[in-house]
Write a protein that binds this ligand. Structure first.
Ligand SMILES: O=C(O)C1=C[C@@H](OP(=O)(O)O)[C@@H](O)[C@H](O)C1
Ligand SMILES: C=C(OP(=O)(O)O)C(=O)O
Length: 429
C-alpha cells in the first residue's frame, strides 16, 4: 500500500504515542513466567508485540488483550506446554531473541520462524551462549538463522562477555539464567537498554548491576505485577524531529519513557541546537517518564558514536534525516549494528533519502551526512521497515511537492496509528 504526503505548513498540538515496544514485549514474557495475574496498561498493540502474545498463547498461557490493556494468567514456568505448531515471530527480533532465552530452559521442542526480514538477521549471537548453558539448538547455517529449533534442557550458569552492546542478547541470557543453577552474568562493551533488569525487579527478582555487568541467581520465582507502560521514545522521536524541522511548529508529546539508556536522541538533538523541554518528570514501575515540548529550530551537524550508539540505535534513521537539514557535516560512526536490523538501515536510509535530494555517504559503520540540502518529493519505499517508513513520512513533510511512500503498512509493527497522528498535527495548522 502507498501513502501520499505533501509538504506541511507547520505542525501543532498535543499527542500521545503508543506504549514502549521493548517494555510491552517484556511485560508479556515476564507475566507469562510469573505466578498469578499480571495486568498491563499502556501496552503497544503493534504487530511485533501481538506476535509475542500469540507465541505465548500457543504455549498454553492464558492472555487476554483488548487494545492497550492485557491480562496474563501466569502459572510460572511449569504452565508452559510444548506448542503443536511453529512459533511465528513475524518481523520481531525482540520476540525471537528474548523468547529463545525462556525456551532454552523449558522441557520440550520448539520451532521458531518469522518473516523474510527475520530470516536474514543473525541468531547465533543468542543461540551460541544458550547452547553453552545447555540448550540444544539448531537452525540454518548451524543455528545462525531461522527456522530455529530449540530443545530446552537443564541449564547451568555462565559468565558471558558479550562482544556487542545488545539488550536482546543480554536479556535472552538473563531469562535463561533465571532457570539455571548458580549465578549467571552478562558483561557488555557498552550498556544497552536496561528494561529487562528494571522489569525483573518489578516482578520481585533480585538482580545485581555493577557498571556494565549484570548478574542474577537462578531458580528465582517471578511474582505477578501491575505494569504501566510509558510511551515509546523511539516513536516520539519521529514527531520530535518533525517539530524541529517544519518551520513554526510546536508540539507536546505526553507520557514518554525517559529511561536514560534510551534518551540518547534527546542528548543529540540538544547538541544539534533543538529547542526542547521536559515537563512533569515522574516514575512508573522503575521507569521514568515525562512530557516533551519541541519547537522548530535551526540545527547544526554533530558527531555521533561510542557509548551513545546503543542509547539511540533505533533513532538513527530519523536523526539522519535531521542531519540533512543541519548546517555542516554529521558523522554517525560505531553503528555497524544498523546493518542487521529489519533492513540494512545504513543502505536504506542513504538510498531513500538520496532519492529526495539528500547528500549521504555510507561507511562501514555508519554515514556521513552533508547538510543542509533541500528535499524534494519523490517515490520512496519503506522496504518493509517500520522505522524507514516513518522517517520517510517526516521527510515528506519538509520536501517540496508530493512524496509517495510505498509499503506504508510497515509502520504497524511499532506505531499502528502513525499516519493518523501525523495528520492530526497537520490539521491543527
Ligand atoms: O531489547 C530490545 O527491546 C531491543 C534492543 C535493540 O536491539 P539489539 O539488542 O539488537 O541492539 C533494539 O534495536 C530493538 O529495537 C529492541
Ligand atoms: C530493531 C528493531 O526491532 P526488533 O529488533 O525487535 O525487530 C526496531 O524496532 O527498530
Amino acid at each position: 500500500m502507498e501513502q501520499q504526503i505533501i509538504q506541511s505548513k507547520r505542525l501543532k498540538g498535543t499527542i500521545r504515542v503508543p506504549g514502549d515496544k521493548s517494555i510491552s514485549h517484556r511485560a508479556i514474557m515476564m507475566g507469562a513466567m510469573a505466578e498469578g495475574v499480571t495486568t498491563v496498561d499502556g501496552f503497544l498493540p503493534g504487530e511485533d508485540c501481538l506476535s509475542t502474545i500469540s507465541c505465548f498463547q500457543q504455549m498454553g498461557v492464558d492472555i487476554k488483550q483488548e487494545g492497550s490493556r492485557v491480562v496474563i494468567h501466569g502459572k510460572g514456568l511449569k504452565g508452559f506446554k510444548e506448542p503443536a505448531a511453529v512459533l511465528d515471530v513475524g518481523n520481531s527480533g525482540t520476540t525471537i531473541r528474548l523468547m529463545s532465552g525462556i525456551l532454552a530452559g523449558l522441557p520440550g521442542h520448539f520451532c521458531i520462524q518469522g518473516d523474510a526480514s527475520i530470516a536474514k538477521r543473525p541468531m547465533n549471537r543468542v543461540m551460541k551462549p544458550l547452547m553453552q548453558m545447555g540448550a540444544t539448538v539448531d537452525g540454518r547455517e548451524n543455528g545462525s538463522f531461522t527456522p530455529i529449533s530449540i530443545r530446552g534442557g537443564a541449564l547451568h550458569s555462565i559468565d558471558f562477555l558479550s562482544p556487542i552492546a545488545s539488550a536482546q542478547v543480554k536479556s535472552a541470557i538473563l531469562l535463561a539464567g533465571l532457570q539455571a543453577d548458580g549465578r549467571t552474568s552478562v558483561t557488555e562493551p557498552e550498556r544497552s537498554r536496561d528494561h529487562t533488569e528494571r522489569m525483573l525487579q518489578t516482578f520481585g527478582v533480585d538482580i545485581e548491576i555493577e557498571g556494565k555487568k549484570v548478574s542474577l541467581l537462578g531458580k528465582q520465582r517471578l511474582k505477578a505485577a501491575s505494569i504501566k507502560v510509558p510511551g515509546d521514545i523511539s516513536s516520539a522521536a519521529f514527531f520530535m524531529v518533525a517539530s524541529m524541522l517544519v518551520p513554526d511548529s510546536c508540539i507536546t508529546i505526553q507520557s514518554v519513557g525517559m529511561n536514560p539508556t534510551r534518551t540518547g536522541i534527546i542528548d543529540v538533538l540538544e547538541q544539534m541546537g533543538a529547542r526542547l523541554s521536559l515537563q512533569n518528570q515522574r516514575m512508573q514501575n522503575f521507569e521514568p517518564e515525562a512530557d516533551i515540548e519541541v519547537h522548530a529550530a535551526p540545527l547544526k551537524g554533530v558527531v555521533i558514536g561510542g557509548s551513545l550508539i546503543p542509547r539511540l540505535i533505533d533513532e538513527l534513521p530519523i536523526i539522519a534525516l535531521a542531519a540533512t537539514q543541519a548546517e555542516g557535516t554529521t558523522i554517525i560512526k560505531d553503528a555497524a549494528e544498523l546493518k542487521v536490523k529489519e533492513t540494512n538501515r545504513i543502505d536504506t536510509v542513504a538510498g531513500e533519502l538520496t532519492k529526495m535530494g539528500a547528500n549521504i555517504e555510507t561507511t562501514s559503520d555508519g554515514m556521513i551526512i552533508h547538510g543542509k540540502t533541500p528535499l524534494k518529493g519523490a517515490r520512496v519505499n519503506s522496504h518493509g521497515d517500520h522505522r524507514i517508513g516513518m522517517m520517510l513520512a517526516i521527510a515528506s513533510c519538509i520536501a517540496e511537492g508530493e512524496t509517495v511512500i510505498e509499503n506504508k503498512e510497515a509502520v504497524k509493527v511499532s506505531f499502528p496509528e502513525f499516519f493518523e497522528s501525523l495528520q492530526m498535527l497537520q490539521e491543527n495548522e
